[in-house]
Design a protein around this ligand. Structure first.
Ligand SMILES: [Mn+2]
Length: 334
């Protein structure tokens, strides 16, 4: 990343008195980790600034992060509306881990802010802010680390535990605990430096990544039981209709990780996981691939986005119709 852009990023923060940090809808570990990491760093280093994090409904496991409860405004739909309604006009909005404005959960607050900047790692980022820093990084959390390292003027600065834990959490979630192809030497070196900051590594990995609630296990089991294979087992699909959420008393965060379980099935190249969104009769699709298929290309075709090996989109209509369209696109690449 160009030094000039990074210096402009910090200049925007320094020039603002009130700052909002926000990420994408259905916040995952990277979205929460990068937001809280940057929040903790700014509040530690600029105690005179008023900073608030705006995150949608996140998984309970992330409460492991120090600062999360203080930082955040919102966890459910009711408080979401209240937060939008009562939000002041911020001097600066920092959007993290979000490739376009449709994906940005608190777009209204972003729109109203006097200045807007973003830091992201999605190749499909639409550069919708005044200042756009799109890193070639494993995660938004890794991008935040590089931004902090730039400000500290050290390759591997010593960070406080609340900052280090949050960034570590973001990295492990977007790299699948350092196993996805987006993990680089730099990612590992940062992780090593974070260990020296006292990160609770096994607590973060087990507590937020491998740990599953009983509800999550039940819904995962149901999806696996009903999963379907195509093209000699190269493609696998799994579906969660709205009624399953009620049946198992589950919510959206409980669906996290299901697509990865599908992807690791022997012989599978690409996995599609579909779940019905509230009210509208649409399905949201998460796609993963192992070696060949560029799922980001497919997602973009249907108005979504993401990465080569992990991407998503929303398609109107039944899961059967949506899956047929996506399977057809995958077939072209196989
Ligand atoms: Mn991310």
């Amino acid at each position: 990343m160009e030094k000039q852009l990074m210096s402009q990023f910090w200049h925007a923060i320094e020039s603002a008195k009130t700052i909002a940090i926000g990420g994408h809808k259905k916040p995952d570990g990277d979205c929460v980790g990068s937001s809280i990491g940057l929040y903790n760093y700014i509040t530690e280093n600029y105690p005179d600034k008023e900073v608030k994090c705006y995150l949608g409904e996140y998984a309970k496991e992330f409460e492991i992060l120090e600062g999360l409860a203080n930082a955040c405004t919102c966890v459910d739909e009711k408080s979401f509306k209240e937060a939008i309604h009562s939000a002041p006009t911020y001097d600066l909005f920092i959007a993290l881990d979000t490739s376009n404005t449709e994906r940005l959960e608190f777009f209204k607050i972003f729109e109203a802010a006097r200045d807007k900047i973003l830091a992201d790692h999605h190749i499909t980022n639409e550069r919708y802010a005044r200042l756009n820093l799109v890193f070639e990084s494993s995660s938004a959390a890794e991008a935040c680390y590089d931004l902090i390292a730039f400000r500290e003027d050290k390759e591997f600065p010593l960070l406080s535990k609340p900052v280090a834990d949050a960034i570590y959490l973001g990295i492990i979630h977007d790299t699948g605990v350092f196993k996805h192809s987006n993990t680089t030497r730099h990612t590992m070196e940062i992780a090593g430096a974070l260990l020296e900051c006292g990160v609770s590594s096994s607590k973060m990995i087990d507590g937020t990544f491998y740990h599953k609630t009983y509800t999550q296990n039940l819904i995962l089991a149901r999806v696996l039981l009903e999963s379907e294979l195509y093209f000699d087992g190269k493609v696998i699909t799994g579906v969660v209709p709205r009624e399953y959420l009620d049946l198992y008393n589950a919510s959206k965060p409980d669906l996290e990780g299901i697509v990865d379980q599908l992807r690791i099935t022997e012989g599978v190249e690409a996995a599609i996981f579909a779940y019905e969104t509230e009210g509208e009769g649409n399905y949201k699709y998460s796609m993963r691939s192992n070696d060949i298929v560029d799922v980001s290309k497919i997602a973009v075709k249907f108005g979504g986005g993401g990465h080569v090996r992990a991407a998503g989109c929303t398609i109107e209509g039944s899961a059967k119709e949506g899956l047929a369209l996506l399977i057809d696109e995958i077939k072209k690449q196989l």
